[in-house]
Design a protein. Structure first.
Length: 383
């Protein structure tokens, strides 16, 4: 028997209650029954995004919402600033270049969090910047960017919008879209929302909807104005991901029953415990700035073959961690604490690391990581 544990930052485990909901027979989408579920899910999403604006649901992965953000608000030739501190920052750059924007980049070492003053200074010398794009949490490095501070800088500028990829930050770190001045926020179903992949979410501020009026890039499936018109009536322009939306309604019930504050606190504590554990084992954390509470990346010893370790753990042990991307391939491990993840999942994750790395000949005191995690988690269990 090989019991499977999904400990990578997406897709994340789906709760039993949600799986059971999604196992029900298919229903038609142009019905009152589906529209009721859609409306309830939509209301729940607004609470998580902290916005009074509509949170649109698109059938597609998170990247569909990233592309939609750009093609619905910007024009070829527009000057945009991208904070590139990892794989997903690069995705903003690549999509913007694909559509002909004048892409300016703040490029940072992988693991760092951007200093908001860098963005502010750029905007001062480049007041014609139409958009700033960033990740809330850069999943490839497990670092968090201060999107609140940056949002507050951009919100006083009527001709610049702030576009945030919140795919591993919304639902993990409290995100106040309206109050912080985030103009476009996107996320996807398979990370903090504990659902299968295939659903993307996108919300636009009034300022961003105004940008849509002058956006000329041809678009059809990802035309957000058409979606807004439909979704305000609790339906979608095209066939929605019915099953995942039915699951989403249950996910949002679960999140609101737990209390959003407790959801964020749980991610914080499991993040703290995981960071303490890998450091107690003697490893260096990858984030040098603010760590994300979605996942924890750490460096493996010099010369260690990280790829082999991750493959062994997944295929022989049943625990799926994530390795590194690009120049960090084989050099790091990323352990998720995202979504349907509690104290004992952290213990499994850390214990698995200890036993597995020990099998691969890495020297550290067995149990040191688990003990460090337990010291933190013991104050949280039963609360
Ligand atoms: C997972 C992830 C994405 C990509 O989303 P897809 O659903 O694979 O398209 C983008 N940004 C971040 C920060 C992510 O973690």
């Amino acid at each position: 028997m090989l019991k499977k544990y999904l400990m990578a930052p997406g897709p994340t485990p789906v709760p039993e209650r949600v799986l059971l909901e999604m196992a029900k027979p298919m229903i038609h989408h142009r019905t009152d029954e589906f529209s009721k579920t859609f409306a309830e899910a939509s209301a729940g999403l607004k609470k998580v995004f902290n916005t009074k604006n509509e949170v649109l649901m698109l059938a597609g992965s998170g990247t569909a919402a990233m592309e939609a953000a750009i093609i619905n608000t910007l024009n070829p030739g527009d000057k945009v600033l991208v904070v590139d501190a990892g794989k997903f920052g690069q995705r903003w750059k690549n999509i913007s270049k694909t559509f002909g924007m004048d892409v300016q980049v703040i490029e940072l070492e992988w693991g760092s969090s951007v200093d908001p003053a860098l963005v502010e200074n750029f905007l001062k010398s480049n007041p014609d910047t139409r958009a700033v794009m960033i990740q809330g949490s850069e999943t490839s490095t497990t670092a968090y960017h201060d999107i609140e501070a940056i949002g507050r800088i951009i919100s006083s500028r009527p001709d610049t919008i702030f576009i945030v990829d919140g795919i591993t930050s919304i639902g993990v770190h409290e995100t106040k879209m309206d109050e912080w001045g985030i103009d476009v926020a996107v996320t996807g179903s398979q990370k903090a929302f504990m659902l299968p992949p295939g659903l993307a979410f996108i919300a636009l501020s009034e300022k961003a909807w105004k940008f849509c009026e002058t956006a000329t890039i041809p678009r059809y499936y990802l035309d957000l104005k058409r979606e807004l018109k439909n979704q305000l009536e609790s339906t979608t322009a095209y066939t929605p991901a019915v099953t995942i939306i039915n699951g989403l309604k249950v996910v949002l019930d679960m999140m609101l029953e737990e209390g959003l504050e407790n959801v964020y606190k749980r991610h914080q504590i499991n993040g703290d415990a995981t960071r303490a554990a890998v450091q107690a084992m003697g490893f260096k954390l990858l984030p040098t700035g603010t760590p994300s509470n979605a996942a924890t990346g750490f460096y493996l010893p010099e010369g260690f073959e990280g790829g082999k370790f991750v493959k062994f753990m997944r295929e022989k042990v049943g625990i799926t961690y994530a390795g590194g991307q690009d120049h960090l391939k084989g050099r790091i491990v990323r352990v998720s604490h995202l979504g349907y993840h509690d104290a004992f999942d952290t213990i499994v994750a850390i214990s698995g690391l200890e036993m597995g790395l020990s099998r691969f000949g890495v020297k550290f005191q067995m149990g040191a990581g688990v003990a460090a995690a337990q010291e933190i988690l013991k104050n949280y269990i039963g609360e």
